[in-house]
Write a protein that binds this ligand. Sequence first.
Ligand code: SF4
Length: 340
Amino acid sequence: MKPFSVFSLQDKQDLSKVASFEHSRFLAGGTNLVDLMKHQIEEPDQIVDLSSWQEAHQISESDHKVTIGALVTNTELADFAYRQPTLSLLSQALLAGATVQLRNRATTGGNLLQRTRCYYFYDTTKACNKREPGSGCAALDGFNRIHAVLGTSEHCIASHPSDMATAMTALDATVHTMNAAGEVRHIPVRELYTLPGDTPHIETQLGADELITAVSINKTARGTQIYQKVRDRSSYAFALVSVACAMHVKDGIIENINLAFGGVGSRPWHAKSAEDYLRGKSATEALFSQAADVELSAAKGSGGNDFKIPMLKRTLVHVLGQAASHQQQHPDHEGAIHVR
Ligand code: SF4
């Protein structure tokens, strides 16, 4: 591993004391960055260590909103969200991700910014436009079973790996940031990530000196919430496809619907076309199938991952059917149900 210096950030105001961000990386739990450094994919000259920044370890709440500090661990957040019916989708997604040990280390800010698990991104002997712009993409004609079918480009088909970010996308979370000049931004998580286009090495709209300080989520009533993850084994596996759904049905009509997909998009995928198609209509299996077709009309497989398109459709129809059925039996229910 290349030698680096360490700047210990005590408070977000300390950002202004960092000499340069050009070859710096923020270190939170380190569950992804340290691996990337060992593989010499990330070679920072300086680490900005966030572990002493106490304020960012807190979760605060008002009547209407929950604000999660950037350093709240995935375990702490899963536990908190489990006891909040309007956020239970988040708990389901977090507990479906990684392992207990990783969740104890991984943080809210770090989880949002984790990098893809594309095999070729981690193999420095292979071409990868994300790792080395202009070098090509070995996944296009390679083993691309885990890759994305939505939001891809001819330059990169990597999928975003985060379950948590998928749930936050469905819940319409807001990401709060601050840069070295003290400028604060409030970015809807649905707008945080950029599509790969011809610059797949750029993954978010954050600047190099811009630090995620917190994530907030409104405590809006959203009805029945389901996070369904399909993966190769029942633990410690990234999603092949996942569906994050919160749905409220009244008298058989879909009054409110929030949908996001994981494992299939170059970013956590807000299924807005499907939401728009479903809202205000009668909750039937035929409608759910049509909504899946609408959202997936632009989906494109690369051979090894073609199966994800019908798999996502079946998963979405199943999840919507389970949520609608539960809502019809328990019209005032707010929170999670688990489906198989
Ligand atoms: Fe690199 Fe993206 Fe191609 Fe994977 S899919 S090899 S991350 S350019």
